[in-house]
Design a protein. Structure first.
Length: 251
């Protein structure tokens, strides 16, 4: 009796296993452990396939990028579906592409993009700022792998501990702030220099020119003063009018 039960259970398990569904994603270039390494401007092809060997029983597939549906022609969705990413951009870094069965989202396969790209630098910018004003120099240092950033002035590495400069770097933008410019101290050639074992040395150059301070016309206080004077004149005229009317009535 026990033997018969065991045989039935085994047959039931075999039956269930035979109906297990799966999808797989192949990529060009090849992904390693679900992570596909590529670079900007390259082309990536993803091909999703079901384990269904019966051509008469096709299953519909769906593609998603970071959870958002990717629209494809209907003929490219049945049992085998291909997706081409061309060209690869910075925005594709970290993107997760998922292929799944339309009728069963739990049956899926994913590939994550690891896109390599250098910082977009190697240019020169002229900066003109009046003396005692603040100057802010900005560099787009976003890169994969990340780069290190060094600020230089006239070829020398800046000492950022003196309080004369303030620097920030959030991995996307590096900034150097000079709170109060002095011509004899701050005028010169600044470089935002990035270093990477992959991309070498790149940078952005800033030619900072400190101009004479121009005393601006105090527009706000002037307008306020004009309004006060106008109101005073109007009130004076009104007061004078009342006195004139009283005088006429007496006469």
């Amino acid at each position: 009796m026990k033997m018969k039960v065991l045989v039935r259970v085994a047959l039931l398990l075999l039956c269930c296993v035979s109906y297990v569904k799966a999808v797989t994603v192949e990529s060009c270039p090849l992904a390693a452990g679900g992570l596909l390494q590529t670079a900007v401007e390259k082309t990536v092809t993803l091909t999703c396939m079901t384990d269904n060997t019966d051509p008469s029983s096709q299953q519909e597939l769906q593609w998603f990028r970071n959870g958002a549906r990717v629209k494809l022609p209907e003929e490219n969705m049945m049992s085998r579906s291909s997706l081409c990413v061309q060209p690869v951009t910075k925005e594709d870094d970290g993107a997760v592409f998922t292929c799944q069965l339309k009728g069963d989202a739990s049956v899926n396969s994913t590939v994550e993009f690891d896109v390599h790209y250098p910082p977009d630098l190697n240019d020169t910018i002229e900066v003109f700022v009046q003396e005692t004003n603040e100057a802010v120099l900005s560099c787009e240092v976003r890169a994969n792998p990340p780069v290190t950033v060094v600020w230089k002035k006239d070829g020398e590495v800046l000492d950022l501990t003196t309080g004369s400069y303030k620097s920030t770097n959030n991995g996307i933008t590096a900034q150097l702030s000079i709170p109060k410019l002095k011509r004899d101290v701050h005028q010169g050639l600044y470089v935002c220099e990035t270093k990477s074992a992959v991309y070498g040395v790149t940078g952005r150059t800033f030619q900072v020119t400190v101009e004479d301070r121009v005393i601006g016309f105090p527009l706000g206080p002037t307008i306020a003063g004009i309004v006060v004077v106008a109101c005073t004149i109007v009130l004076a005229l009104i007061s004078r009018r009342n006195k004139i009317i009283k005088c006429l009535k007496r006469n």
